[in-house]
Design a protein around this ligand. Structure first.
Ligand code: GLY
Length: 371
């Protein structure tokens, strides 16, 4: 069972294959891209323990030799020291411009390896094999690559499109349920930003999808990737419309920064809470119906996902500190925060003129627990 979404970016066009059994079929998928029968895999310990042997076996069965670099898991790997490690390893391995590097892991590995591929010899090709739901529906598609800085998340990077994306749905079964649901936060985001019918479909099918229905998972990933591909083709370098994909992210990134980019709040959890806040802000500004934020939170609750600031364990910084963290957002233009707000479920837009007292009032209330 597999579906293909084509990302029509001219001479940088590529396919995203979504389905089951793709790791087993990886040799025949990758072989047409190769100028010599060898690939370099960069992965992390957790994914390597679960799936690296299967990937290597599959490539070797197709006559493709492999070399692998296994990094530590976790967000801190998306950093300058590990970027240096990857680039120096690829250089030591004498990877050439016409070779192909494989990013085998979740969003951290995809972003890091994509960035290493972007700067190695001024750009080598790479294939994304995303192993988390979040990476399958978002970060592996569209060519955003990069690392974090002490100043904030994803502040150093480049646009570098992969040559192929293989999203094997089978690997989702090995995800920790919390990681799966964090990725689902990004799936919900697509419905909320641009497709009300998809959000209604998720309301209907989300619980079965989360308990492992593969056909529903393929469909959810396909629809998410299709929406992302359509937006990326129209606005590859985020001059306008692509910013819609950041629905929930201005709040989410600030919350991730406030909680140390770690286990207290996963990226997709921050996005889910951020989407709930973006709809609450939209309703407060009279942009969308009062029922919309409740419907968003009801779906997150049904999926047993975090949706309120009080769902985050431990103390959060005060209002001013939180607003200060938002000001590091990449969407800040001329010092002005830009929010993705909504006129309705499925109808998001970029807003530059959010009154700061409305924002402060909303966040103060959210910090108090909506009393
Ligand atoms: N994750 C947002 C984007 O790729 O534009």
């Amino acid at each position: 069972m597999s579906e293909t979404v084509h990302v029509a970016l001219g001479d940088r066009a590529y396919d995203v294959r979504i389905g089951t059994g793709l790791i087993a079929a990886v040799g025949s998928e990758i072989e047409p891209l190769l100028r010599r029968p060898k690939v370099w895999i960069v992965t992390e310990r957790k994914v390597a323990g679960l799936h690296l042997a299967a990937l290597e076996k599959s490539l070797e069965a197709a006559g493709i030799a492999t070399a692998a670099l296994v990094l530590p898991p976790g967000e801190t790997t998306k950093s300058w020291p590990h970027l240096i490690e990857v680039v120096e390893w690829l250089l030591a391995e004498k990877v050439e411009r016409r070779d192909v590097v494989i990013a085998f892991g979740g969003g951290v590995i995809g972003d890091l390896v994509g960035f290493a591929a972007a700067i190695l010899r001024r750009g080598v090709r790479f294939v994304q094999l995303p192993t988390s739901l979040l990476a399958q529906v978002d970060s592996s598609v569209g060519g955003k690559t990069g690392i974090n800085s002490t100043h904030g998340k994803n502040l150093v990077g480049a646009f570098h499109q992969p040559s192929l994306v293989l999203a094997d749905i089978d690997v989702l079964a090995t995800l920790d349920p919390r990681d799966f649901l964090a990725g689902y936060g990004e799936v919900v985001k697509y419905g909320l930003l641009g497709d009300a019918a998809f959000f209604a479909w998720l309301e209907q099918n989300g619980p079965a999808l989360a308990t492992g229905d593969r056909a529903l998972q393929v469909e959810a990933v396909r629809r998410s990737v299709q929406m992302k591909a359509d937006i990326v083709v129209r606005d590859e370098t985020e001059q306008g419309e692509r910013a819609l994909l950041n629905l929930g992210h201005t709040f989410g990134h600030a919350l991730e920064a406030a909680t140390g980019f770690g286990n207290r709040l996963l990226h997709g959890e921050g996005v889910a809470i951020g989407c709930a806040l973006a709809f609450a802000l939209s309703a407060r500004l009279g942009l969308c119906a009062q029922e919309d934020p409740s419907r968003v939170r009801a779906h997150l609750a049904k999926m047993k996902m975090k949706r309120d600031l009080s769902d985050i364990e431990g103390d959060l910084p005060d209002l001013n500190a939180l607003i200060g963290l938002m000001a590091q957002d990449k969407k800040v233009v001329d010092g002005q925060l830009r929010f993705i707000l909504a006129r309705a479920i499925g109808d998001a837009f970029v807003a530059t003129d959010v009154p700061s007292d409305t924002l402060r009032g909303l966040l103060a209330e959210a910090l108090r627990g909506w009393r």
